[in-house]
Design a protein around this ligand. Sequence first.
Ligand code: BGC
Length: 350
Amino acid sequence: MSILQKSYGKTLEGDQITEFILQNERGMKVHLINYGAIMTKLFVPDKNNEFADVVLGYDNLEGYLKNPGYFGATIGRNGNRIAGASFEINGVTYQLDKNEGENNLHAGFDGYNKRVWDFTVNEEENEVVFSLISPDKDQGFPGEFKVSVTYKLTSDNAVSIGYEGVSDKDTIANMTNHSYFNLAGHTSNSILDHILWIKASKFVPVVDSAAIPSGELWEVKGTPMDFTSKKAVADEIDADYEQLKFTGGYDHNYALDKRGKEQELIATVEDPKSGRKMEVYTDLPGVQLYAGNFINGDGDVCKDGVVYQKRSGLCLETQYFPDAIHQENFESPILKAGENYKTTTVYKFV
Ligand code: BGC
């Protein structure tokens, strides 16, 4: 196990950014930067012990300064959408950025994915802890939120991402990681033949193409949304089904069949050709399956000179359900003043 540190250049404001390369005994490597607490590279073995980088990203800081698709990024203070970009807590209305039509996506224009995070390196645990103080009214949210994200690479090929935080006022806390995985390697251009399983008998339907939930939960059974039995992403992604038409393919939250707040295996992804398989564990109630439908290969040259195409990678973003702040039936994303926010998601390669 080792952690190497390197300079990753400077932001336009002159902040020095550091890259961290975590390695384990089996040769797996995770690259992180303290800009956006982003995972930039993830080298994973296939069935012949050949390593490939299985996450989408950029070659340098310049790419991450733009990063419109949030490749590898830490999303906060709230992942996913808030309808009308406003909400009420304790009788006070808070206004957020309208950065997607009338709504707020991933906390607005100045997301935590655009911040320079402090860091500490813990060699013994093979982990890097990124920390940020998000002031009261930051992005429009109430309360000073002191938050940390810990990335750890274990000896059994798991990347564990732990979030902790505390706020001095009641606020929303709903952090996630926005990595796009392609288990055939990030240069291979499509995730359509990946085999997916999601432990969810219900999903969160959306009202229209703005992807705001209606507040209902629908059974996946008998619909193309069903991943309770393994199937290829390609099988039904283009089915003539209104929910998929709204979002141009899978871009929905799954209501996980969980026993409680304990961490559980909630999804698996397999690439049949390379034999790589990823397991996802979380303690959160939902996961957004986003099949990279809006990656448009618009000439943006990314990592290793590749121009990504529609569905070059898929995200499994663990979180509270979208717009949960407006939906009484959804588990509340409110973090009470002084209480500890603590959640962990693990991406394990088996
Ligand atoms: C959303 C997508 C969005 C993507 C990139 C995902 O979490 O569900 O609709 O296009 O993030 O912003």
